[in-house]
Design a protein around this ligand. Structure first.
Ligand SMILES: *[C@@H]1O[C@H](CO)[C@@H](O)[C@H](O)[C@H]1NC(C)=O
Ligand SMILES: *[C@@H]1O[C@H](CO)[C@@H](O)[C@H](O)[C@H]1NC(C)=O
Ligand SMILES: *[C@@H]1O[C@H](CO)[C@@H](O)[C@H](O)[C@H]1NC(C)=O
Ligand SMILES: *[C@@H]1O[C@H](CO)[C@@H](O)[C@H](O)[C@H]1NC(C)=O
Ligand SMILES: *[C@@H]1O[C@H](CO)[C@@H](O)[C@H](O)[C@H]1NC(C)=O
Ligand SMILES: *[C@@H]1O[C@H](CO)[C@@H](O)[C@H](O)[C@H]1NC(C)=O
Ligand SMILES: CC(=O)N[C@H]1CO[C@H](CO)[C@@H](O)[C@@H]1O
Ligand SMILES: [Cu+2]
Length: 580
């Protein structure tokens, strides 16, 4: 579905053309029909290994910088044994080897990885996008704009994948803050889990839905090796989890009628699928031995939260959250993951009382007050456990990696960050803003490099928004409920000023303890509706006191946003510009 873009003066005409097209398309789609996910037999495909790409060279035994070229291709991908091949957008070194998710890039701490991200996408998108939200639109109307963000990465602004640094095939057209073809990831950060994904203005939700995601790991053998955690290809696995809906012909479905079609013909506030996909296969299975395994679980859904648990009572031993190790392992029986959050867990199958374990999900959607899950979206994958006991050489030590606790004395600034959702007369969401400001309003968050800041994030909407900050990691200090929230919200809607609206008078309700496994340094955290979440954001490395190895104050700066992609695309996103 492509709606022709016309000048603002003709916006009404544009809407009419679009609606006519939509009616036409919905007719053809009705014929095509949606797939009832119950027809797909669960646990028939093996959990795929994504290709691995080493982000460094080894010359005479020592690691050296490496330059990679990774393309984005349109190709077909089979999401299930019984589904026809589906058009997707995939990352890879060639069209033939491109996968969904893309290859896992393995970088080494302190060794530079250079990546030239090449756009080989066709002129038209495979999914409906909406030109009435702020969107990257090439002047020639040709080509799908893309730009890659390395989530959790600590690197220069020009390589950060700013939403306005997009480019089309062969770099033919470029966004206003495009700086360079080859991105530089210096990997001087702490070891841990990152992922790369598209971040083009207004297209993030559709570009990710089409398949533009992949994992990236920063390894630091001297620091991680002594932990003796499960490692190597067999025992250290990524689980990239997301949900999709399909047509009966196997293609990916996205409702192309907006919830407010006269305002936004296509945009909808949340995408939910009824098929749960892990590493590119619907409800896969994995054979495991009676040993410990490490799983780096990345939630790459647009909007679905997952609360994972094992049907046979197996536990999660958390060793990291998002990109950073925890100080000590934390054992839980379930784990709630918001979009784009990463759980880094050890599962010890030697303790299993059964020979099978289903990884399940019981998070309502939208989270926390939406629909309950059912038989299809309540299951994720199956582990088939070898009957034979064996000696396990992997360990989970009592202490992992200690990073300094948040240092309140280094706080240079306290900010109030309010999340707003706006609705049409019929009560349907039209757009979301942070601090009442659109994305292109002048930057207001200008932290000083090397300092920390306190952000009080005030969620004035009914949804749980996973907040993601580029560059800075943060720890959650406190979550306090707002009392008389309607009164406070009324004041905020008029004044947009938390101090003037006497936030301290309202932020006095009940407190929610942060789960032990989420008390470390995070890249994303769930902002509870009706709560003020107080976070300390660190604009420096967490593993050392040296200053950043690049100029963090350079153009085009960084971003922070809600990681529900449908929200991020409709303006729940703001710039950050560091100052010296
Ligand atoms: C899908 O099929 C199952 C089993 O036949 C049925 O119970 C369910 O209601 C169907 N779902 C939809 C949305 O039609
Ligand atoms: C698509 O969205 C429209 C508008 O909200 C709704 O009427 C329709 O039922 C949706 N289609 C499907 C298949 O859910
Ligand atoms: C996990 O443990 C908590 C607290 O003991 C309990 O309330 C919850 O029901 C358990 N969840 C599962 C899936 O067993
Ligand atoms: C994945 O992340 C999305 C959006 O960030 C969130 O809505 C969803 O619940 C998360 N799902 C899981 C399984 O964590
Ligand atoms: C589960 O719910 C989804 C979404 O409403 C629906 O499409 C699917 O058919 C349901 N599955 C079963 C087994 O009822
Ligand atoms: C950085 O400096 C602070 C204050 O001097 C100290 O407490 C902290 O341990 C240092 N951090 C690292 C990683 O060396
Ligand atoms: C202040 C405010 O808008 N609070 C909202 C928080 O979220 C709940 C739903 O979980 C809404 O009912 C409140 O209005
Ligand atoms: Cu959101």
């Amino acid at each position: 579905m492509q709606c022709e873009m016309v000048s603002m003066g003709r916006i009404l005409l544009f809407h009419l053309i679009c609606l006519a097209l939509l009616v036409e398309l919905s007719r053809s789609w009705a014929n095509k029909g949606l797939l009832n996910s119950s027809v797909l037999e669960m646990f028939v495909d093996e959990l795929p290994y994504m290709p691995k790409i080493q982000g460094f060279d080894v010359v005479n035994g020592s690691p050296k910088a490496k330059s990679l070229t990774i393309g984005m291709f349109e190709k077909k991908w089979k999401f299930h044994r019984d589904l026809p091949p589906t058009p997707v957008f995939a990352y890879g070194t060639s069209s033939l080897t491109a996968t969904v998710p893309g290859p896992t890039i393995e970088a080494l701490h302190g060794i530079d990885t250079y990546v030239t991200w090449q756009n080989y996408l066709p002129s038209k998108h495979i999914l409906p996008w909406d030109p009435t939200i702020p969107t990257a639109i090439p002047a020639t109307k040709n080509g799908v704009p893309t730009v890659v963000h390395l989530h959790g990465g600590i690197h220069e602004p020009a390589s950060d994948g700013n939403a306005n640094s997009w480019f089309t095939a062969e770099f033919e057209e470029k966004g206003p803050t495009w700086y360079k073809k080859t991105y530089h990831y210096d990997n001087n950060q702490h070891p841990g889990n990152l992922w790369y994904h598209d971040h083009a203005l207004g297209l993030t939700r559709v570009n990710l839905l089409a398949g533009l995601i992949g994992a990236y790991v920063v390894r630091h053998p001297e620091v991680e090796g002594p932990l003796k955690l499960p490692s190597g290809d067999e025992f250290d696995r990524h689980l990239f989890v997301f949900d999709r809906i399909f047509y009966t012909d196997g293609s990916i479905y996205m409702n192309s009628t907006g919830n407010n079609p006269f305002i936004h013909p296509q945009w909808r506030p949340e995408y939910f699928g009824n098929v749960i996909i892990v590493n590119g296969k619907a409800w896969p299975k994995m054979m495991v031995r009676r040993r410990k395994y490490r799983f780096r679980v990345i939630n790459a859904s647009n909007a679905r939260f997952f609360r994972f648990f094992f049907t046979n009572g197996l536990k999660f031993i958390h060793v990291g959250a998002d990109s950073a190790y925890l100080g000590e392992p934390i054992v839980t029986n379930e784990t709630l993951l918001a979009p784009s959050e990463i759980a880094d867990v050890i599962v010890d199958f030697s303790t299993s009382k059964t020979d099978e374990a289903i990884l399940a999900n019981d998070a309502p959607y939208p989270y926390p007050s939406g629909n309950p899950v059912n038989e299809s979206n309540g299951k994720v994958m199956k582990f088939i456990i070898n009957k034979n006991q064996e000696v396990d050489t992997w360990q989970v030590p009592n202490k992992l990696i200690q990073y300094p606790s948040p240092d309140l004395s280094s706080v240079s600034q306290t900010r109030y960050i309010a999340m707003y959702e706006y609705t049409s007369k019929s009560g349907e969401p039209t757009h979301l803003y942070i601090n009442g400001k659109p994305f292109d309003a002048p930057v207001t968050e200008t932290p000083k490099a090397g300092t920390s800041e306190i952000w009080n994030v005030i969620n004035l909407t009914g949804d749980n928004h996973p907040l993601h900050i580029h560059l800075g990691l943060f720890t959650v200090l406190d979550q306090t409920e707002l009392v008389n929230e309607a009164e406070f919200k009324g004041c905020m809607l008029n004044n947009n000023d938390a101090i003037k609206c006497q936030i301290n008078k309202y932020a006095v309700g009940k407190k929610i303890e942060v789960a032990a496994h989420e008390k470390g340094w995070k890249n994303v955290y769930k902002m509870m509706p009706g709560y003020v979440t107080k976070i300390l954001v660190r604009f420096s490395y967490i593993h050392s006191n040296t200053s950043y190895s690049f100029d963090p104050t350079a153009q085009p700066g960084y971003l922070y946003h809600c990681h529900m992609l449908d929200h991020e695309d409709n303006e729940m996103i703001r710039p950050i510009k560091l100052i010296k």
